[in-house]
Design a protein around this ligand. Structure first.
Ligand code: FDA
Length: 309
């Protein structure tokens, strides 16, 4: 892992830097490239625009490491409101939640209860809830929470990280229960004992896991797995593999982040592929934004430009 990438991921854990950055106008301006606004309404407006261009969306409110029950319950209440808004505004959007925002660090059963409330309401509204995956110490609790909620509801899916050594086994066992999976490369700072250190190895493992998802018969029952990557080479390889095996475009979807590879998102949608954009919003953007900088340190250039605009 490059030194700059390591430094950015380390910085993402600094509360002091988070406080400093939130007070600086240039940092807020740089962030706007990836986050349409602090308020949900800005995300809703962005989703409507993407919807008119054939791209569906996922909403996520930024925030993590919640330490109080009341704060986590506030996040649950917020997502319940978001689900209502999606329904009343007729937007084709799912939601995606982070378990550290819903109290997994406080008490796992409490967290299961929060996710259960959100997923149950989403089921009534015929909507779908994704669960993000965070640093490796939380993977067991995340999978446990997912399985507990999935036992009662089918409208919940889980993100898995290709860089983890354990993911091929986790994926296999989750496909056994018909789970819907969003595959990502992985965005956290992990030791080599836990995750593949070389990017080329992560890319290869991603492709193998994506092929495994494509071969999953679940799509015949309507379970559409998400290939969440901006890597155009991988996207080409996934499409080639699907085409060669006669797997239809409706059997999987590409997922990307708002503001990244926008032209490719629109082009794929125009070509008849399913594309879903994850739109983040909220004021607690610092750790999330630092992970985006770490993925592509050239993004630091936008921060520098924002200093002078
Ligand atoms: P890669 O990093 O190789 O990038 C490929 C190309 O895409 C780059 O060359 C560049 O052109 C472009 N690109 C990628 N990132 C960019 C950036 N930040 N800015 C500008 N250009 C960029 N991770 C996680 O650990 N848990 C999670 O729950 C999620 N959830 C999630 C949902 C969705 C919908 C997406 C798209 C991603 C995530 N991630 C995630 C993040 C994921 O793990 C990964 O860090 C990023 O997607 C970047 O990896 P790529 O697959 O895009 O490849």
């Amino acid at each position: 892992m490059g030194l700059l990438r390591q430094a950015l991921l380390k910085a993402s854990r600094s509360q002091w830097l988070a406080n400093q950055a939130s007070r600086r106008g240039f940092a807020r301006r740089a962030v706007r490239r990836f986050i349409p606004g602090d308020e949900f309404e800005a995300a809703l407006t962005a989703a409507k625009k993407l919807g008119s261009q054939g791209v569906t969306t996922v909403f996520t409110q930024l925030g993590e490491d919640v330490a109080e029950h009341a704060e986590a319950e506030g996040v649950t209440a917020h997502y319940l409101e978001v689900l209502e808004a999606i329904q009343t505004q007729s937007v084709r959007s799912h939601i995606s939640v982070k378990l550290t925002q819903l109290g997994v660090d406080i008490d796992q059963q409490f967290c299961v209860d929060q996710v259960e409330r959100i997923v149950a309401r989403a089921a009534e509204l015929r909507n779908f809830v994704w669960i993000d995956i965070e640093g490796s110490p939380l993977v067991d609790a995340t999978l446990g929470t997912f399985r507990a909620v999935r036992a009662n509801h089918t409208n919940v899916g889980l993100c898995l990280q290709a860089y983890l050594h354990r993911t091929p086994d986790d994926m296999e066992s989750l496909m056994g229960i018909g789970a819907r999976i969003r595959l990502v490369k992985g965005a956290y700072r992990e030791p080599a004992s836990v995750a593949l250190p070389k990017k080329t190895d992560v890319d290869s493992q991603y492709l193998e896991l994506a092929k495994r998802l494509l071969r999953d018969d679940a799509h015949k029952a309507g379970t559409v797995h998400g290939m969440a990557t901006h890597d155009l080479r991988l996207i080409g390889q996934i499409n080639d593999y699907a085409r060669a095996r006669g797997i239809p475009r409706e059997a999987y979807e590409f997922q990307m982040l708002y503001g990244i590879r926008t032209a490719a998102q629109l082009q794929l949608a125009a070509q008849g592929y399913q594309v879903r954009t994850l739109i983040s919003y909220g004021s607690a953007w610092f750790p999330w934004y630092m992970r985006r900088l770490a993925e592509r340190p050239a993004n630091l250039w936008f921060v520098v430009k924002s200093l002078f605009s």
